[in-house]
Write a protein that binds this ligand. Structure first.
Ligand SMILES: Nc1nc2c(ncn2[C@@H]2O[C@H](COP(=O)(O)OP(=O)(O)OP(=O)(O)O)[C@@H](O)[C@H]2O)c(=O)[nH]1
Ligand SMILES: [K+]
Ligand SMILES: [Mg+2]
Length: 438
């Protein structure tokens, strides 16, 4: 951490320029030197100071707020500084160029600040991933999920489980070591194994909710289907609030799947418009319909549209659907069954449809806490932990050494999620997904 051969890194941490204020961040062993060189001294830590920022020839680059954080009490755990300067392009590039020209100071790679925070024990891997998700979050539910994870929701859960596993191993192995003495009562083992059986159930429940976490993070798949010309593409455009799909009075306009990411009442969703489903001899249209059916097969929610009471019935029975009566402005006089009536022409009913989608998605996303697995990586290690724990709990005829070893393996699998156990191979992948300056 204080290794002077480590590079000191700098980056613009704030967004697009020009802006009112730009925040430049510096982290590493040469922060004091940087402050002495460019700000005429090292300011008292954690107190905002208005300073002139100069290049090495003493020319004024800008005047701004300078903050100094002494490691290890900083974001990265190293010495850090922040320059809050005027957010002009030329100002920022002049300061960055000056910083990066100092010895052993260079521009940061994407995610490098957070990687250092992880490597210095300031956060574990799930918290780092949560932070990346928090910055990327576009909807309220994504934000809630990410803030829980970045604040240690999974960390605490898995640390609690790892403690129970360790405790169990300690007791089980004590039983083993003193097998022929009387001072370790036999009931201890019973208690250990009943707690492990309980843990197994908790882990299973948590793993079962992984698909919810992944969907909240990555978006639910919502598919619009219906016969030709009912207004599917019109609805997609209305929900996306832009002209994504071609709308025309000609039946059979849409052939390809057209997907848009939207915020559906706080949930991230990918809405897919499809070809109108009907009997046809036209090859291209047939292919479009085949694609529509494939999209239906993987949908989380189907918007089944009809303007006359005839609905397509191609969705798998298990997929929840909302029946939408379209073109309600046309008052055709034929009453028929629907969950909601909309008119894209007048806008009537569209908000009610969005609300209905929100409530259906929230019943799909029925979970006990926002501490949910959010990545395939989490799911894989959890599955492995569960397998080992299941072996340890259920194979009671096996030698105790073997069962205890499985408990250790379960704990290691959890450690791979948090980064406690060797994860070198995944670090590049995880941190490169960050933006520069984080
Ligand atoms: N009056 C009225 N017309 C609508 C409404 N929604 C769509 N339309 C019209 O209905 C026709 C078909 O609309 P599209 O959105 O292309 O229908 P589609 O279901 O995507 O059609 P295909 O892609 O051919 O299957 C167009 O002429 C639209 O302008 C509505 O709410 N009211
Ligand atoms: K059409
Ligand atoms: Mg269409």
């Amino acid at each position: 951490m204080t290794d002077p051969t480590t590079d000191t890194i700098v980056a613009l941490a704030s967004g697009a320029l020009p802006a009112g204020v730009a925040v430049l961040r510096v982290s590493g062993p040469h922060v004091r030197f940087v402050l002495e060189t460019m700000c005429g001294g090292v300011p008292e830590p954690r107190i905002a100071h208005l300073r002139s920022i100069r290049n090495r020839n003493g020319e004024l680059l800008d005047k701004g707020i300078v903050l100094h954080f002494q490691g290890p009490k900083s974001f990265t755990g190293e010495d850090c500084a922040e320059f809050q300067v005027h957010g002009g392009r030329a100002i920022v590039s002049a300061i960055l160029a000056e910083l990066a020209s100092l010895p052993r100071v260079r521009l940061a790679e994407p995610g490098e600040f957070t990687r250092r925070a992880f490597e210095n024990g300031r956060m574990d891997l799930t918290e780092a991933e949560g932070l990346a998700d928090l910055i990327a979050a576009q909807t309220e539910m994504q934000r809630r999920l990410a803030v829980t994870q970045s604040e240690g929701g999974l960390t605490r859960l898995y640390a609690g489980w790892a403690r129970r596993l360790l405790h169990a191993r300690a007791l089980v192995e004590a039983d083993l070591d003193f097998a022929d003495e009387d001072d370790v009562p036999g009931s201890v083992a019973d208690r250990v194994w009943s707690d492990m059986a309980e843990l197994r159930v908790e882990m299973e429940r948590h793993l079962a909710e992984a698909s919810i976490g992944e969907r909240i993070r990555d978006g639910f798949k919502v598919v619009i289907v219906g016969p030709p010309n009912v207004g599917k593409s019109s609805l997609l455009n209305a929900l996306a609030a832009r002209d994504v799909a071609i709308v025309s009075s000609e039946a059979g306009t849409t052939r390809d799947l057209i997907s848009v990411d939207v915020d559906l009442g706080g949930y991230a969703a990918t809405i897919t418009d499809t070809a109108g489903i009907r009997e046809t001899d036209h090859g291209v249209e047939q292919e479009g319909i085949a694609r529509a059916r494939r999209a239906l097969a993987t949908a989380d929610l189907v918007l089944n549209l009809s303007d006359c009471g005839v609905y397509v019935t191609d969705a798998p029975a298990a997929v929840p659907e909302i029946r939408v009566r379209t073109k309600s402005d046309l008052n055709t006089g034929v009453p028929f069954l629907s969950d909601v009536a909309i008119s894209v022409a007048t806008g009537d009913g569209v908000d009610a449809l969005i609300e209905l989608c929100r409530s259906r998605l929230s019943s799909l996303a029925n979970f006990s806490s926002f501490a949910l697995p959010t990545r395939l990586r989490h799911r894989q290690h959890l599955r492995q932990a569960l397998e080992c724990l299941t072996f340890a709990v259920s194979e009671s005829h096996m030698p105790i050494e073997l069962r205890s070893e499985e408990l250790r393996l379960a704990s290691d699998a959890l450690g791979r999620i948090t980064g406690r156990v060797d994860v070198e191979d995944v670090l590049d992948v995880i941190f490169s997904s960050f933006c520069i300056g984080k």
